[in-house]
Design a protein around this ligand. Structure first.
Ligand code: ADP
Length: 256
């Protein structure tokens, strides 16, 4: 009998190559699609304040002389909307900078950092703020400025989405090789079906929009980007009896 000839491998390899290529192409298309969506969302968000500013300028131009009483209100709108635009642009810059940032991570005392932030933040808000955590150094690997920004952004949200008298708690806890920083509030909470979206750029839960709570939907997108630059993870769950709880987990570190 004839020895069996080795089967040609080429077609298989070509098929594999084609499938890899298609996957790459699909990923690339997905990215392009998201970028396009992002630019369209950003333009839309910027267009709204500009329209308000121009509308009010026109109003002053047309009626200001004969009805000077319209001026203060219009100037108020112009001020408010230009501030909103400024925040939006700052946030967009944050996002694009963080995309390229080279980050140095170093051992940090997270408990010390969080305690400090809580002390500074308390006078700025009506909700009672509590810090829960060790008084001994609790070291994690991270970037001081970024972690500061993450905690402040989570506190800003806890404050915005909670009634004025409901407590907010910041907790630092360690497990064997992780440190977890948690911000828990007793506010509106986030429905399970919205949770997977809140970290997307420009996503806002309908109630945040309809209750006219100030915001652009970029805060948590920035937080999530900063958390991954710190090689950490972020998770959101329900708080008890109500409200939400955001937990950032970082790698524990030895003291410097
Ligand atoms: P925003 O500028 O709208 O606050 P974020 O990206 O920070 O944007 O948050 C996205 C959305 O997630 C918010 O619009 C809000 O609907 C929801 N959200 C964020 N944090 C909280 C919170 N602590 N409690 C309830 N809802 C929240």
């Amino acid at each position: 009998t004839q020895p069996e000839l080795p089967r040609p491998t080429e077609p298989v390899e070509v098929a594999q190559l084609a499938s890899d290529f298609n996957q790459l192409l699909a990923a690339q298309n997905g990215r392009l699609q998201r970028e396009r969506q992002f630019i369209s969302d950003a333009s839309h968000e910027l267009r709204t304040p500009i329209a308000t500013i121009r509308g009010n300028l026109k109003l002053i131009e047309r009626r200001g002389e004969q009805h000077p009483e319209v001026i203060p209100e219009s100037l108020g709108f112009i001020d408010q909307e230009s501030l909103r635009m400024q925040h939006l642009i700052e946030n967009l810059l944050h996002l694009s900078r963080a995309d390229r940032a080279a980050v140095t991570l170093e051992p940090l005392d997270i408990a010390l950092m969080a305690r400090g932030v809580v002390e500074h933040y308390q006078p700025l808000v009506s909700q009672p703020l509590t810090f829960n955590g060790p008084t001994t150094p609790t070291m994690a690997l991270g970037n001081q400025d970024m972690l500061h920004q993450i905690l402040t952004a989570l506190l800003d949200n806890a404050h915005k989405y909670s009634p004025a008298d409901q407590p907010i708690t910041v907790t630092v806890a360690t497990t064997d090789d992780h440190v977890t920083l948690t911000v828990a509030d007793q506010g509106t909470g986030i429905a399970p079906e919205n949770r997977e979206h809140i970290f997307e750029r420009f996503y806002r839960v309908d109630s945040a929009r309809s209750n006219k709570i100030e915001g652009s939907g970029l805060g948590l997108a920035i937080v999530s980007q900063l958390v991954s630059l710190n090689h950490g993870t972020i998770a959101v769950t329900d708080n008890t009896p109500h409200g939400s709880r955001f937990a950032v987990t970082l790698a524990a570190a030895k003291e410097k």
